[in-house]
Design a protein around this ligand. Structure first.
Ligand code: DLZ
Length: 278
């Protein structure tokens, strides 16, 4: 019967609102459908697991929003760049470490991590320090793809990637993305390839063919070169839909593709077979 639980917080001004929403985007939380009326605006963020907890007794509660994370040290590094009121990581008396952040007036958020995480899954971290990325961007529909590029650049910079470790390559249209991605992947100079393009059915007679080829080609390049490729190619019915997915209403798919690239590089580092000593 119950579908979801939402915690809503009023933010006192638009500067704080923008700072908060960009902070939570940069931490990799998925943006859900936002709303805007003459009376206000709301941007929801979704996490994989939601909990509603009631507490009794004298245990003091340091914050009213609690976010469990897998890598508290990386979260600390990312948040320090964006928020001034950030404490140090503290030990709790419940076998965890916690970071208290005050990103807005009267708003206390606790990020926390179990000291002994359950070893039920290996996951990539969102720390791009030292990683090198190539972004292959289609010039066709550049009005959209430049926004995807901005989103992707934003994600890489926020996760700690240096500008000099990011190479941007432009191709005529989405059809050319796979072959160029493969050329770059084969150089061995990049940890991941981020592909950015935009196919709009309305103006493309052979839309289905191009979309299928592009998707297959990117996947094939990833599998055959072993270099992670992430998919930031929009396949849309209309220009309006493309605009929504390039930052207007439905997040920025370029940002998401870049975050996925960081995560996949980190995951590969954790799971790949170590290079053999010869
Ligand atoms: C030709 C074409 C058309 C009609 N539509 C698009 C599109 O919506 N998005 C896109 O990225 N590219 C399009 N292209 C260009 C092809 O991807 C390709 O660049 C050209 O056919 C040259 O090979």
């Amino acid at each position: 019967m119950i579908k979801s639980i939402t915690t809503i917080r009023h933010v006192s001004n638009s500067r704080e609102f923008d700072a908060l929403t960009s902070l939570f985007s940069s931490l990799g939380l998925a943006r859900a459908t936002e709303w805007k009326t003459s009376r206000g605006q709301g941007i929801p963020f979704e996490a994989g697991v939601g909990k509603l907890e009631f507490v009794i007794g004298k245990e003091p509660l340091a914050a009213d929003i609690w976010i469990e994370v897998t890598d508290l040290d990386t979260i600390h590094d990312l948040i320090k760049k964006q928020v001034t009121r950030v404490g140090e990581i503290q030990e709790t008396n419940w076998n965890s470490r916690m970071l208290l952040v005050e990103p807005g007036k009267g708003m206390k958020i606790a990020f926390w991590q179990h000291q002994q995480p359950r070893h039920d899954a290996i996951e990539g971290d969102l720390n791009a320090q030292g990683m090198r990325f190539a972004m292959v961007v289609s010039r066709w529909n550049s009005f959209i793809t430049e926004r995807l590029l901005q989103g992707a650049m934003d994600a890489l910079r926020r996760t700690g990637c240096r500008r000099e470790d990011i190479t941007v390559v432009r191709v005529p249209g989405s059809f050319e993305i796979p072959s160029q991605s493969r050329t770059l992947a084969e150089t061995g100079k990049f940890d991941a390839i981020i592909t950015l393009g935009c196919l709009i059915r309305g103006e493309t007679t052979h839309y289905e063919h191009i979309a299928t080829e592009v998707t297959r080609g990117i996947g094939q390049s990833a599998q055959e070169t072993g270099v992670p490729h992430t998919y930031g190619v929009l396949t849309c019915e209309t220009l309006e839909q493309a605009l929504d997915r390039a930052g207007l209403k439905a997040g920025n798919k370029g940002f998401e593709a870049a975050m996925s690239a960081v995560e996949m590089v980190s995951l590969k580092q954790k799971t790949a077979r170590p290079a053999s000593k010869s």
